[in-house]
Write a protein that binds this ligand. Structure first.
Ligand SMILES: [Zn+2]
Length: 84
């Protein structure tokens, strides 16, 4: 099983984490239409290669992290606490 480096707990099994989306992707504004929200929620970029992703260590410390990972090779380049 793949290990993710939690900045608070150290290396932990992937199944302790839950994926929460692309990091740095702007959210629609308060006046966004239903179609804009649907596009944001259901149609992510899903690009091949280097990616920054948001994960929560749901079966560990419960903190949010930003993970740098290659979506093809699954190599994790690093992790840092998510900005509040
Ligand atoms: Zn943790």
């Amino acid at each position: 099983m793949q290990q993710f480096p939690c900045p608070f707990c150290g290396p932990r099994p992937e199944d302790e984490f839950r994926y929460a989306g692309d990091a740095g992707r702007p959210r629609p504004g308060r006046d966004a239409s239903d179609a804009e929200w649907a596009a944001y929620l259901y149609f992510g970029r899903n690009a091949r290669g280097a990616a920054r992703e948001l994960w929560i260590h749901s079966y560990g410390c419960g903190r949010w992290i930003e993970l740098s990972r290659d979506t093809v090779s699954h190599v994790v380049d690093g992790a840092k606490p998510m900005n509040p």
